[in-house]
Design a protein around this ligand. Structure first.
Ligand SMILES: Cc1cc2nc3c(=O)[nH]c(=O)nc-3n(C[C@H](O)[C@H](O)[C@H](O)COP(=O)(O)OP(=O)(O)OC[C@H]3O[C@@H](n4cnc5c(N)ncnc54)[C@H](O)[C@@H]3O)c2cc1C
Ligand SMILES: NC(=O)c1ccc[n+]([C@@H]2O[C@H](COP(=O)([O-])OP(=O)(O)OC[C@H]3O[C@@H](n4cnc5c(N)ncnc54)[C@H](O)[C@@H]3O)[C@@H](O)[C@H]2O)c1
Length: 466
């Protein structure tokens, strides 16, 4: 048996929060090791956020190529080279991995490549990539094992070998007809990219509307955008069985409003949600309890039910965003230094990176109504923001919910070009309690999308009916 190696701090999985904690603890002089089985730096830089946005940007450039005449340009025989799209993405990922390796080296955190699992409450056994076994122990352990694409138990789905986002982002050819299961974040972002590269695309969604929890003006626009780009959306769909093989020929047998139908395609993409990576890692030996969906149970300080073990990011059921996992790291880092930080009441901004983007921070109108919170509304179409006209991207709107008893901003939605950027100043106003009138009276650079905030907040506010 391998001898036990003693550390001050161990991290299982190099997800966003785990890696930052490892670097931070090691920099402070604690003997720290991080165990990672495949992706140096976790999903975000390797197979998720950054590579998907890289490929989505290539799809945006492709859309410009097809719109070239609108900009007064002639592009003769423009075509897509998916191997080239993939090469650009791979180059970026390689650079990010190098950056991560530098961070491990500079911080002094030891990176151990291999699969880790608990063999005792504070003991992790690692089967390393070189085939050896190491046994590590520490009084403080962080679980940062992330999540993976859910493959629902639909008959024939697993056997059809569907693409997940990982394989999709590695394609070197354009699928002839991509069928996407799930019209959520991954489904919509990648459906639009595939369509812009030239695939026929069908999205099958079980709910009646895309992004069904969002306000109707948002979902209406999402449906309109998909229709305009030629993406077929079939909602209220129950998928019954799948036959065939993705990459060759695949048939989805489904039902809608009691009527059976079939869709045939060349490729299938599973984008129906995430499953936490919490099985088969010996958590039953640690006293770490799981919730009903397999997430690690944590309190608002991200402490698990086992003393000295914390869980962060997707595996802990934190909202599945990299910026939230990053904040998880700050909470534990600061609490270990004597602070009192918690996950309660933190804002969770998000951006769906379709083109145009849809981003929100704070309350939607639906949420305000559900919570019986009265509000005043400011809303403008994006074409009222003059920047959008200079770039021929006028689709969408911005809206803000403002309290009725004060000038506090309760929520902000932007659906339009650069939506993900323009929510940031409004988020700052919300967290700092800055009244909307300050944004209204600010002088923002002309012509920018942020300048639209002065237009939005300068409009007379309306009071929607409850
Ligand atoms: C396609 C896609 C696009 C996304 N786009 C965005 C976006 O634009 N913006 C955004 O905010 N979020 C986005 N997300 C979500 C975001 O990627 C995650 O919420 C975020 O990366 C947090 O993950 P994590 O840190 O919890 O774990 P991960 O980054 O998944 O890391 C967990 C790591 O643990 C390793 N691991 C697991 N078990 C073991 C074990 N037993 N031994 C050793 N290692 C192990 C895994 O290999 C992995 O590297 C996207 C997700 C996907 C899938
Ligand atoms: N831009 C971003 O920040 C970004 C991008 C990608 C992913 N993510 C994160 O990753 C998570 C996972 O993304 P995702 O798209 O896999 O999940 P999701 O929860 O966003 O969407 C899954 C969709 O699949 C549908 N669905 C589930 N089972 C189905 C079935 N059997 N048949 C038909 N439809 C079905 C759901 O109704 C839902 O609309 C997201 O929740 C998000 O937190 C974020």
């Amino acid at each position: 048996m391998a001898s036990m190696e003693q550390y001050d701090f161990l991290v299982l999985g190099s997800g966003e929060a785990g890696k930052y904690l490892a670097w931070s603890m090691a920099s402070k002089g604690h003997r720290t090791a991080l165990v990672e089985r495949r992706w140096i730096g976790g999903s975000c830089p390797n197979i998720a956020c950054l590579p998907s946005k890289n490929v989505i940007h290539s799809a945006k450039v492709a859309s410009y190529m097809f719109r070239a005449r609108e900009f007064g340009l002639h592009v003769e025989n423009g075509s897509i080279d998916m191997a080239g799209v993939r090469a650009r993405k791979r180059l970026m990922v390689d650079g990010l991995v190098t950056m991560h390796l530098d961070n491990f080296r500079n911080s002094g955190a030891e990176l151990i490549l291999g699969h880790g699992r608990f063999t005792a409450p504070k003991t992790i056994e690692v089967t390393t990539d070189t085939g050896t076994t190491r046994t590590l122990t520490a009084p403080k352990i962080i679980l940062s094992t992330g999540s993976r694409a859910t493959i629902p138990s639909i008959p024939g789905l697993y056997e059809s070998q569907p693409l997940t986002h990982i394989e999709f982002l590695e394609l070197d050819h354009i699928p002839e007809h991509l069928i996407v299961l799930g019209g959520g974040y991954i489904g919509l972002e990648l459906a639009q990219a595939a369509r812009r590269f030239g695939s026929r695309v069908t999205v099958l969604e079980r709910n009646a509307r895309l992004a069904h929890r969002e306000d109707h003006d948002v979902t209406d626009l999402l449906h309109k955008l998909c229709a305009r780009e030629g993406i077929e959306i079939i909602t209220e769909t129950t998928i019954d069985t799948i036959t065939g093989l993705s990459g060759d020929h695949v048939t989805v047998h489904a039902t809608r409003n009691g009527a059976p139908f079939q869709i045939e395609g060349s490729h299938l993409l599973a984008a129906t949600g995430r499953t936490p990576n919490t099985e088969n890692i010996g958590l039953d030996l640690t006293g770490v309890d799981l919730g009903p969906k397999g997430d690690i149970q944590v309190n608002d300080r991200l402490e698990t039910t086992a003393e000295g073990i914390w869980a962060v990011g997707d595996c802990a059921g934190s909202p599945h965003f990299t910026h939230i996992a990053f904040d998880d790291h700050r909470i534990i880092r600061d609490n270990l230094a004597g602070g009192h930080r918690s996950t309660s009441d933190r804002l969770v901004p998000f951006c769906l990176f379709t083109d145009p983007e849809f981003a929100r921070v704070g309350l939607s109108e639906t949420e305000a109504r559900e919570q019986h919170i009265p509000y005043r509304l400011a809303k403008i179409p994006m074409f009222a923001v003059l920047r959008t006209r200079t770039v021929s991207e006028t689709e969408g709107f911005m809206k803000a919910l403002i309290a009725t008893d004060s000038d506090r901003i309760l929520g902000f939605t932007a659906f339009g070009i650069d939506a993900g950027e323009v929510i940031a100043p409004v988020q700052l106003a919300i967290t700092q309690g800055i009244p909307y009138t300050v944004l209204r009276d600010s002088t923002f650079t002309h012509p920018t999308i942020a300048e639209g905030l002065t237009v939005l907040f300068g409009r007379p506010l309306t009071t929607p009916k409850p």
